[in-house]
Design a protein around this ligand. Structure first.
Ligand code: CTP
Length: 384
């Protein structure tokens, strides 16, 4: 960025990431004073957007769009909800003191590159410590408990004893009147990392209780490998369509009615619940797991038409059957279609579907069938 000013600072995550030697996708800039006035006086800058109540401004400079915030102090009259702005143009120190953790409370001068560290963030990065700035931090904003989990897993950091105690105290006394939209955003960022370790902590430390107090136990089966093998490649293939990794984890909780879900997320959870009802956990040893399902054709038919995310959720109930589906069955497709049957002189009717299923059953036990083999089977089915 070529915008330099003695009152303009990089702030928050970008400073932390640079010190950690990590790339940062989101560059936050804060003007020590009123950013809107600053932007208006900048030669060559085009003002694109002003948010007066928050003191933020978006400008275009040398073809680049840049967001600049004013230093501001905030308070939380309604705990757990968005803060209100108390003062725009407060000191840089007051601005950083409203933030979540010391590692996120550093500023870096755009002019000199000097790091301004009022809260000991540099030392906490050194010792890999997550530390809140005041005792009310989680009460004001419980999403910070999830942010702490996210940073712990992302960077391999750990809370200091006092911060851990504040988390435990909050979780023993949760105020459920909070912004679940904000909580959802942090849940998505945490669990889209697809680290089972995050889920273990989320469950074992009782962080899941932020969503609902209903008791939940950690599933014994670590399904992150299935996600990596079968969901991550889908996201890469269907560009722009982010697969819903986070909901595979969070949707396992018994009650997530507090969370605002998209239609797609809701469908993933609903299909899992249906499977859970229809095919409850097997009893007896692992050998009985697959046989309960009858045969491979039944497994294929059950899983093929539901989102793969729901199938992975079901692995917490019956991992063998899900592994079998993904490893051996998922990609089996028959090669003939309605036109091929028409060409055999068969009138379209519901018998078509029965014929396809007949061939599919054969194909599942012998995936190497060619199209000619399938046509032979179709003739056999219709007694031709
Ligand atoms: N912040 C906060 N409390 C929150 C969310 C954010 O105090 N609940 C502050 C932190 O100082 C944070 C900054 O706002 O660094 C920007 O927030 P955000 O962009 O959400 O987080 P980043 O720290 O940049 O983290 P990430 O890399 O996950 O985007």
């Amino acid at each position: 960025m070529n915008l330099k000013d003695q009152n303009l600072y990089y702030i928050g995550g970008v400073v932390r990431d640079e010190i950690l030697g990590l790339p940062s996708f989101d560059v936050d800039l804060t003007f020590n004073g009123n950013a809107i006035e600053f932007a208006k006086n900048l030669p060559n800058a085009e003002i694109l957007q002003i948010n007066e109540p928050f003191g933020t401004v978006r400008i275009k400079l040398n073809g680049k769009e840049i967001d600049i915030a004013s230093t501001r102090s905030e308070s939380y009259p309604q705990k757990g909800h968005l803060p209100i702005v108390d003062k725009i143009g407060c000191s840089l120190k007051e601005d950083v003191l409203r933030r979540d953790f010391t590692i996120n409370a550093m500023a870096k001068s755009t002019l000199t590159g000097e790091i301004i560290d009022y809260t000991g963030g540099l030392n906490d990065i050194e010792t890999k410590t997550l530390r809140v700035l005041h005792d009310n931090s989680f009460i004001d904003d419980p999403t910070r408990i999830l942010r702490m989990l996210k940073f712990a897993v992302r960077f391999g950091f750990a809370p200091d004893e006092h911060t851990q105690k504040l988390q435990d105290e909050y979780l023993a006394n949760i105020n459920y009147d909070m912004s679940y939209q904000r909580l959802k955003k942090e849940l998505a960022e945490t669990f889209n990392l697809n680290k089972y370790e995050a889920f273990e902590r989320f469950v074992n430390q009782g962080i899941y209780k932020l969503i609902s107090p209903l008791k939940f136990e950690l599933p014994k089966y670590d399904f992150s490998g299935l996600i990596e093998r079968y969901i991550t490649p889908l996201s890469q293939k269907e560009q722009g369509h982010e697969r819903n990794v986070w909901i595979i984890y969070v949707g396992l909780l018994p009650d997530i009615s507090n969370l605002p879900l998209t239609k797609e997320e809701k469908q993933i959870v609903d299909e899992f619940r249906k499977l859970e009802k229809l095919c409850p956990p097997p009893e007896g040893g692992p050998k009985s797991l697959i046989s309960r399902w009858g045969n491979d054709f039944e497994i294929y038919k059950t899983f093929k038409n539901i989102p793969p995310e729901s199938v992975i959720m079901y692995s917490t109930i019956n991992p063998e059957v899900v592994e079998k589906y993904f490893n051996e069955l998922k990609d089996i497709e028959i090669l003939i279609n309605g036109n091929d049957l028409k060409n055999l002189g068969i009138e379209p009717s519901p018998k078509y579907q029965q014929c396809f299923d007949y061939i599919l059953k054969e194909k599942i036990s012998n995936p190497n069938l060619s199209k000619n083999d399938e046509i032979r089977l179709a003739k056999e089915f219709f007694n031709l």
